[in-house]
Design a protein around this ligand. Structure first.
Ligand code: HEC
Length: 295
C-alpha cells in the first residue's frame, strides 16, 4: 500500500495553479480583491479537504486489512517526511537487491540497464507541461490572450482615455493665459520640428512660410511677439490659408502653442536673425518693434 501525498501539497499546488490561470487571463491584478476569486479558492480548499477525508477513510480501511508485517512496513514508510521521500525518489540510489528487480539485461552485448520508474516530480512537471500547452494553444486561438497587437490596442485605448481625462481637467491655455517660459524652449523646438519646419525651414529661417527670425512681419495682431505667434497658431493667417489655424483645427493644443511660441520668441529675440546671406528667406511684411517684453 502506498503512502499518500499530504493535503498541504494539494492545496498549495491548486492555489498556485489558480493564481497562474488568473494571471494569464485576467486583464489586470484586480482579481485579487474580487470576492469571486476568494470564493473560488475557498470552495477549492473545502473540496480538497473533503477529498482528503475520504482518502483517510479508505486508508484506514485498507490498513486494517494488512498483515502485521505489512502494517509495520507501512507505518515506517509513513514516518518518513513527504519531501524527504520526494527527494529520495529523485536522487537516492537503490540498494543492490532493489537494483536486481529492475535490471534489464540486453544479453547479447552485455550492456545492462536499470528500468527505473520516473521520479514523481518529473512526471508531475511533464503532465503540467502538456496541460499548459493545450490551455495556451486554446487560449491563443480562441481569445486575445498573448496577442501583442490586441494588448497594444487595449493599452493605447486606456492611455488615450487617461490623456483625455487629463485634458478635461487641466486648465486650458488660451491667448489670454499663455505665458512665456524659457523652460518651454526645448520642447517648443521639438514641436516646431514636427509641425512647422516643412514650411518655415530649419530654425525658422523661412521657406514656403516667412522667415520667423527677422524683424519683419506680415501679420501683426498683438503687441508682443509671443502673443502674436500664439494668435497665428490659434487663428491661422487671415490672408493665406496655407498657414492653418493649428489650435482651432485641433492639430496642437494651447499648451503646445505656448511652447512653440516660446521657441519662436527665443529664435527671434534672443538669437541673431538668419539673414538672406545665411540662407534665410528675405524679410516679408513691415518692420515691427514689439512691446511688452516676452508676454
Ligand atoms: C503648410 C505650410 C506652413 C506650415 C506647416 C506652417 N506655416 Fe506658418 N506660415 C505659412 C505661411 C505661408 C505664412 C504666411 C501667411 C501670410 O502670408 O499671412 C505663415 C505665417 C506664419 C506666421 C506669421 C509670420 C508673419 O510674418 O506674419 C507665424 C508666426 C507662423 N506662420 C508660425 C507657424 C508655426 C509656429 C507653425 C507650426 C505650428 C507653422 N507656422 C506652420 C505656412 C506654414
Amino acid at each position: 500500500m502506498k503512502t499518500r501525498t499530504p493535503i498541504s501539497v494539494y492545496i498549495s499546488v491548486t492555489i498556485g495553479l489558480t493564481i497562474m490561470a488568473f494571471e494569464m487571463f485576467a486583464s489586470d491584478s484586480g482579481y485579487f480583491s474580487s470576492p469571486f476569486f476568494w470564493a473560488l479558492i475557498l470552495i477549492t480548499v473545502i473540496l480538497l479537504m473533503i477529498m482528503n477525508s475520504i482518502g483517510d477513510l479508505i486508508e484506514n480501511d485498507s490498513f486494517s486489512k494488512l498483515s502485521e508485517d505489512e502494517k509495520k512496513e507501512y507505518l515506517a514508510e509513513k514516518s518518513i517526511p513527504y519531501y524527504q521521500k520526494l527527494w529520495n525518489s529523485a536522487f537516492k540510489k537503490q540498494s543492490v537487491s532493489e537494483e536486481k528487480d529492475i535490471l534489464i539485461d540486453h544479453g547479447f552485448d552485455g550492456i545492462t540497464e536499470l528500468d527505473n520508474s520516473l521520479p514523481k516530480w518529473w512526471i508531475g512537471l511533464f503532465w503540467f507541461g502538456c496541460i499548459f500547452c493545450v490551455v495556451y494553444l486554446m487560449a491563443f486561438t480562441f481569445t486575445d490572450y498573448a496577442h501583442p497587437d490586441a494588448e497594444y490596442t487595449k493599452e493605447a485605448k486606456t492611455m488615450l482615455a487617461s490623456i483625455e481625462e487629463y485634458e478635461k481637467t487641466a486648465p486650458k491655455i488660451s491667448l489670454e493665459t499663455a505665458k512665456y517660459s524659457a523652460d518651454n524652449i526645448t520642447e517648443g523646438q521639438e514641436l516646431f520640428k514636427t509641425n512647422c519646419v516643412t514650411c518655415h525651414g530649419d530654425g525658422g529661417k523661412g521657406g514656403i512660410g516667412p522667415n520667423l527670425t527677422d524683424t519683419h512681419w506680415i501679420n501683426i495682431k498683438e503687441k508682443s511677439l509671443f502673443k502674436n505667434v500664439f494668435w497665428m497658431l490659434e487663428n491661422g493667417s487671415p490672408n493665406n490659408p496655407t498657414m492653418r489655424p493649428f489650435i482651432k483645427e485641433g492639430t496642437i493644443t494651447g499648451k503646445d502653442a505656448e511652447k512653440i511660441a516660446a521657441y519662436i520668441y527665443h529664435i527671434n529675440q534672443e538669437s541673431s536673425p538668419i539673414t538672406v546671406s545665411q540662407g534665410g528667406a528675405a524679410p516679408q511684411g513691415e518692420e515691427v518693434k514689439w512691446e511688452n517684453g516676452n508676454n
